[in-house]
Design a protein around this ligand. Structure first.
Ligand code: KIV
Ligand code: NA
Length: 264
């Protein structure tokens, strides 16, 4: 299958065709999601929570994320693979952003990067775009800024809707190829999607964005913690793995594994 490129997402928007995004942090899930026809795979800094077991996305480092991004980029044949720039690796300056993003492009061979922030990140987005690095923006609720946003809260409600739209326009004008809208009212996300030429990717942003993204451990039931309202659970992988591990343990304990067919 032909590789999905950033301009294909734009074309899908123009044709009114929705596209799909999932996170992945390793070879097997990247292969499965690619085989399923998922259009883009995000190596999110949500690896902090979902791979490394950190309480927030803030502690994860470039050194931790690059090997995961390399595994995913090397495993997806069709899907567009993009990686998050971790907290603290791009906010300081456009130069810092470029040097970090270039590492992801060279060392992990991803096709694009994502960073959090609106108008205030326009200089970073411009620097990357002009330096040959496709960049996806991320506005609305931005987990890297949870301590200034006051926790997990819907953004862009009421008076804040105008600012969200202004941020969306600013990242588009700076050269972003797409923008993630996280936890914003569906009507506001719909308006942003209508107003922008670049595609929007929603998570907790209703049903009128151009694409949707979910964290796979949430969507497929490996994470058994309290899930946000915007997650739909499509499978119970926790239950499947728990049963498998218990069966294995029981077989070993009672001597039924390994059987003669497993022995040399
Ligand atoms: O890190 C992540 O998984 C993300 C998506 C949820 C958009 O940024
Ligand atoms: Na992220």
């Amino acid at each position: 299958a032909k590789k999905v490129r950033t301009h294909h997402l734009r074309q899908m928007k123009e044709c009114g065709e929705r596209f799909t995004v999932l996170t992945s942090y390793d070879m097997y899930t990247a292969r499965v999601f690619d085989e399923a026809g998922i259009d883009a795979i995000l190596v999110g800094d949500s690896a902090a929570n979902n791979v490394f077991g950190y309480p927030t996305s803030l502690p994860v480092t470039v050194e931790e994320l690059i090997p995961l991004a390399r595994a995913v980029a090397g495993s997806a044949r069709r899907a567009l693979v993009l990686a998050d720039l971790p907290f603290g690796s791009y906010q300081a300056s456009p130069e810092q952003a470029y040097l970090t993003a270039a590492r992801f492009m060279k060392e992990a061979q991803v096709a694009a990067v994502k960073l959090e922030g609106g108008a205030e990140m326009a200089p970073q987005i411009k620097r990357l775009a002009r330096g040959g690095i496709p960049v996806c923006a991320h506005i609305g609720f931005t987990p890297q800024y949870e301590h200034v946003l006051g926790g997990y809260r819907v953004q862009g409600r009421d008076d804040a809707a105008g600012r969200l739209l202004a941020d969306a326009r600013a990242v588009q004008d700076a050269g972003a190829f797409a923008v993630v809208l996280e936890m914003v009212p569906g009507e506001v996300a719909a308006e942003v999607t209508r107003e922008l030429q670049i595609p929007t990717i929603g998570i907790g942003a209703g049903n009128h964005t151009n694409g949707q993204v979910l964290v796979w451990q949430d969507a497929f039931g490996l994470n058994t913690g309290r899930l946000p309202r915007f997650v739909k659970q499509y499978a119970d992988l926790h239950g499947i793995l728990l049963d498998a591990a218990r069966s294995y343990a029981a077989d070993v304990k009672d001597g039924s594994f390994p059987g003669p067919e497993h022995a040399f």
